[in-house]
Design a protein around this ligand. Structure first.
Ligand code: SF4
Length: 453
């Protein structure tokens, strides 16, 4: 998962920096900003959080009115040595995208030949767009031609050294993207909440939709890059990634999560005294669960917000981060029958650690609840779950998982409840193995796992 942004108007670097800060939860492996300066594209970036990866806005004084930015959560390529936006081979375009192009090896070979071998989808994607840009002389046409070829999930922003901007979403609309346009400014962000935080009105770009601007916010039009396919917004955006105040396909993330919790409570007949959310991603679902159960909700776990999101960290630091991330509030938990509600159970490490903390704090019973169903299959559309080996539910039954995490009971939500809570058709590939595109799972697991370091 990543966050992207574009800005056409005054002070692009400053405003992109703000948009990236508002989307820091979507990735903290790296961050970058590309600015069009005169007829060149300048890229700034590095590893880590926005404030670490990028120069302070006050220190950048380029005369410019166009740029794009990216916060990276690595799902392809290395974990921390690369960042977006990427410059194309001949520096004519800069691209930032959120998603995964799973056929980038075949697509780049077919069109660009063997002169360069790619181990990162973003680099291949940028060079493909540049190739078609050279042929068509139009950035929107170049994106359109590339869209005929690439398979996967992408929300993208791309700028040319001539001053064009294109923002677009893939035909299934797997990843979110929103735009804000007035006479002075065009702003684009992965999440509506980022645009709202800067005081901008926004509209979601429809699947297959594109915004094309030539030189000025007064010279923009919306279009499409391909025929739209059945909508398949990523269900994991609703479960975990989006800020609770963001809207995706017309659905507020917080409300969808609350409904997941409510529907989960309806299939749960265990009696508890207290509902404890796993902060912060389980909180909205826990609120819904507590309302439906008629049981008080209280904070029983403190999450250190300066440690970062464990799920979007590289494996080497994920474990260390987890140990430092949570600490219990024993006065809330002691002597109680506790339902601990999290958004999901991925590898099982967090659930096991939290259950252990609750028991050590004197909980009488610990009932672990997952607002989403068992996660059994990998994702090749922008979430870093490249292999079934990493998913506890692909190797163990629910009862085995209960024993592994050490809970008295364990309950997952159902796929039906998940769909009902969102109220829209969604991609459920990682729960059902029915993906938006037919996939060769084994081949992709090899490609994406071996591409990681
Ligand atoms: S497979 Fe899962 S994580 Fe990936 S896009 Fe589909 S719903 Fe999202």
């Amino acid at each position: 998962m990543c966050g992207i942004a574009a800005w056409m108007g005054e002070l692009p670097y400053y405003n992109l920096y703000q948009l990236l800060l508002e989307q820091q939860h979507r990735g903290h492996d790296a961050a970058g900003i590309a600015i069009r300066y005169r007829s060149d594209l300048r890229v700034f970036g590095g590893g880590g959080y926005v404030w670490k990866a990028l120069p302070e806005p006050e220190s950048i004084s380029l005369e410019s009115k166009l740029g794009i930015g990216h916060v990276r959560y690595s799902t392809s390529g290395g974990y921390d040595e690369v960042y977006q936006p990427v410059l194309s081979n001949n520096r004519t375009i800069a691209l930032a995208f959120n998603g995964n192009i799973y056929n980038y090896v075949e697509a780049s070979k077919e069109i660009l030949g063997d002169r360069k071998s790619y181990d990162w989808d973003a680099a291949a994607f940028a060079d493909l767009i540049e190739h078609y840009y050279g042929e068509t002389r139009s950035l929107i046409e170049a994106v359109r031609e590339t869209a005929k070829l690439v398979k996967g999930a992408y929300s993208l922003v791309v700028i040319s050294s001539k001053g064009e901007l294109v923002a677009a979403r893939d035909p299934h609309g797997i990843r979110p993207l929103a735009v804000s346009i007035n006479d002075e400014v065009v702003a684009v962000a992965s999440e509506t909440a980022a645009l709202g935080a800067l005081g901008l009105n926004w509209a979601e770009l429809p699947r297959s939709g594109a915004l094309y601007c030539q030189g000025s916010p007064r010279n923009c039009y919306t279009d499409s890059i391909a025929s739209a396919k059945p909508p398949r917004p990523c269900v994991f955006e609703y479960i975990y990634f989006l800020r609770p105040d963001s809207v995706f396909e017309g659905v507020v993330a917080h409300e969808a999560r609350k409904r997941m919790g409510m529907l989960l409570a309806r299939i749960d007949d265990v009696v508890v005294d207290l509902v404890v959310p796993v902060p912060d991603s389980g909180r909205s679902a826990a609120i819904g669960y507590a309302i439906e159960k008629g049981v008080p909700l209280d904070e029983g776990l403190y999450r250190n917000r300066f440690v970062g999101r464990a799920f979007i960290s590289s494996p080497s630091i994920r474990k260390r981060r987890l140990l430092r991330k949570f600490s219990p509030i024993p006065s809330t938990i002691r002597g109680r029958r506790v339902a601990i509600v999290d958004d999901s159970i991925v590898r099982g490490d967090t659930s096991r650690w939290i259950t252990r903390l609750a028991r050590a704090s004197g909980a009488r019973e610990v009932h672990f609840r997952s607002a989403s169903p068992p996660l059994r299959y990998p994702c090749f559309f922008g979430i870093d779950i490249p292999s079934r080996d990493e998913l506890i539910a692909s190797k163990h039954s629910v009862e085995e998982i209960r024993r592994i995490i050490g809970a008295d009971t364990l309950l997952y939500n159902t796929v039906e409840n998940l769909v009902k809570a969102i109220g829209k058709p969604v991609c459920l590939g990682c729960f059902t193995s029915k993906y938006p595109y037919p996939l060769h799972l084994q081949l992709l697991e090899q490609r994406f796992v071996s591409g990681r370091r």
